[in-house]
Design a protein around this ligand. Structure first.
Ligand code: C5P
Length: 298
């Protein structure tokens, strides 16, 4: 068993459009969304603690609200516990947080995906992708996508995935309004009777759209904006600023709070950031062709 520390990069994701198809009997919603990983991410370092027991988590960087025990990293450790080699000892985990919490960027989900991959490697379990995906879905709807990353059409809760050839161009300007949004209440406030599934997309449409990204020939919308925009007028102001900056698409990611624009290249995203960044915190990002990755940082 290896004693060397293992570093894992856990990227953020954007939703390049999100439609809510229906409320399910289990309380979740069936979605259709295009997931895309980006080159903004957290870094996790896993160290074996000889003679210790259980997992200890230390966080640096951006604040993480809530009880530490509820952190998805520790929850991922707990669901992997049954696979732990008996003589392993404890785990010391360092999390450098760069993805803002409650921002719709899947930060906690990506940390969970990174933890599953790290423990599979450290404990030499050799779990296959299907087993890891099943464990991932127990931790959150976005976690199965983040195990693999790149770009995919997600359906069901987000775990039925069709992966596509990663984007080779395009850039994103992320705009943070300065507050977090909890996902559950946003879904609960959605009035399903009023939705018409206007933004449903097929695998063929996505496959045709991605090589032209970010051409505006495909309409990208996030249904959850119907709930979040009326509650937070600033989101509409950010959308207007992104539209003025000539973003090809202007969208909210996940259940918010991040808004983003799509641009043909990094230079245009950076140009837009000069103006929008005066008023709000911004970050220019590019597409990443993979998800949580062992022994790698960008
Ligand atoms: O799966 P996850 O823990 O990320 O979801 C957080 C909350 O968002 C769920 O408890 C549920 O209320 C809502 N949700 C949903 N349908 C989805 C994903 C999330 O209703 N497909």
């Amino acid at each position: 068993m290896s004693a060397a520390p293992l570093t894992v990069f856990a990227p953020a994701k954007l939703n390049l459009g999100l439609e809510v198809v229906r409320l399910r009997r289990d309380g979740y919603h069936d979605l259709e969304t295009i997931f895309q990983t980006i080159d903004l991410g957290d870094t996790l370092t896993f160290r074996r603690e000889e003679g210790g027991y259980g997992a200890k988590l230390n966080c640096t960087g951006l604040p993480i609200p809530g009880e530490k025990e509820d952190n998805l990293v520790l929850r991922a450790c707990r669901i992997m516990e049954k696979y732990r080699p008996p003589a392993w000892g404890g785990l010391d985990i360092q999390l450098e947080k760069r993805i803002p919490a409650g921002s719709g960027l899947g930060g906690a989900s990506s940390d969970a995906a990174a933890t599953l991959l790290a423990l599979d490697r450290l404990w030499r379990l050799g779990l296959d992708h299907e087993e890891l995906s099943d464990l991932a879905l127990r931790l959150g709807s976005d976690v199965p996508f983040l195990l693999k990353g790149g770009v995919a059409l997600g359906r069901g809760r987000g775990e039925i995935l069709d992966f596509f050839t990663p984007l080779s161009k395009g850039a994103f300007l992320l705009v943070f309004p300065g507050f977090a949004i909890e996902t559950g209440p946003v879904f609960r406030q959605l009035k399903m009777g009023l939705t018409s599934n206007a933004y449903r997309v097929s695998v063929e449409q996505v496959r045709a759209f991605l090589p032209r990204f970010p051409s505006d020939r495909m309409i990208l919308k996030n249904r959850l904006e119907d709930v979040v925009f009326p509650a937070h007028p600033v989101m509409g102001e950010i959308a207007a600023a992104l539209e003025d900056s000539e973003a090809v698409h202007t969208l909210m990611s996940g259940s918010g709070s991040t808004m983003f624009g799509t641009y043909p290249d990094r230079a245009s995203a950076q140009k837009a950031a000069l103006e929008i960044g005066v008023k709000w915190e911004t970050h220019v990002a590019g597409p990443l062709p993979h998800g949580a990755r062992l022994g790698w940082t960008p």
